[in-house]
Write a protein that binds this ligand. Structure first.
Ligand SMILES: [Zn+2]
Length: 295
């Protein structure tokens, strides 16, 4: 079990004449848990936390048992980043190289673009259909907010403003994490696009506003309050891993008889670690033998 109650939450909103939809998430404790579980250093924490903030908001765009998987495949030092989320505020994340940090860039910020590098952003949605939906776009900046905005425009044809942010304390723990996605829906008035573009370009960074004591509600009111803003839903957000002993057994069975027999030959307990949450599952030689019978 990896679920724990947090103060994190997500808001789903509409504005205009149903021409704008939006999501805002406070994910400080959720990203903090990922930071502790993976032992990430600040640049890796920022890259992983931004990806998780985007994933949990994309999860909130789904219904029921639908899920979203996000992969950032950059050539920078953090390597591959993965996050997946359900439609109820559960999210988990993984980063290939957690021990990445370098001094802040010229603007005094963590250089996420340098940590991530160039490459691709891949989104897979399990909508309960025979084939999952897949969309892949090149990384246009590596800062991730712009990259997700480009994904929504290029792959889903939805003009979007995306702000993602993580602030890290001196001791490496997460001070603030969260994000905002605002999207123009089909049929929206053209002048709204210009208005929103101008507003979001002039808006302070999301994490700075949260850090100064503003709540996500207040940030949404500041940016969309004069545009018939309606908060439709407020849902709790938490780090949630879907691993279980049964799932790990299926992974071991899928590895095949030869691999399992090699593990059995070692004559000691096999340990399998979930790469998303770090939980360790132990299998005795007797249990391995039973799994071999199922291959
Ligand atoms: Zn797990």
């Amino acid at each position: 079990m990896t679920d724990s109650l947090t103060n994190d939450y997500l808001l789903r909103i509409m504005a205009g004449e149903d021409e704008i939809r939006g999501f805002a998430v406070l994910a400080t404790e959720t990203v903090g848990e990922a930071q502790r579980r993976h032992g990430t250093l600040p640049a890796a924490t920022a890259a992983l936390g931004r990806t998780m903030a985007a994933a949990v908001m994309m999860g909130a765009m789904l219904k029921g048992r639908e899920k979203v998987f996000v992969q950032v495949l950059g050539d920078g030092p953090v390597g591959r980043i993965m996050a997946d989320a359900d439609s109820q505020g559960g999210v988990r994340g993984y980063i290939e190289n957690p021990l990445v940090h370098f001094p802040p860039n010229a603007q005094g910020k963590i250089d996420v673009a340098r940590a991530v590098g160039k490459g691709q952003l891949m989104v897979i949605k399990d909508l309960g259909l025979r084939e999952p939906y897949r969309g892949t776009v090149p990384l246009v900046s590596g800062e991730l907010g712009e990259d997700f905005a480009y994904y929504f425009l290029a792959s889903e044809q939805v003009p979007s403003a995306v702000a993602l942010g993580v602030l890290v304390e001196r001791d490496g723990s997460v001070r603030t994490a969260g994000g905002l996605i605002v999207q123009l829906l089909p049929g929206a008035r053209e002048e709204l696009a210009d208005l929103l573009t101008e507003r979001f370009q002039n808006m302070p960074p999301f994490t700075r506003m949260i850090d100064s004591g503003m709540k996500p509600e207040e940030i949404l009111h500041m940016s969309l309050g004069d545009l018939n803003l309606r908060i439709l839903e407020r849902m709790p957000v938490r780090f949630h891993c879907t691993c279980s002993r049964e799932r790990l057994e299926q992974v071991l069975i899928a590895m095949g008889r030869g691999e399992l027999e090699d593990m059995l030959a070692a004559q000691e307990d096999a340990e399998v670690t979930c790469r998303f949450c770090g939980n360790v599952y132990r299998f005795t030689p007797w249990e391995l033998q039973k799994l071999i019978l199922q291959t």
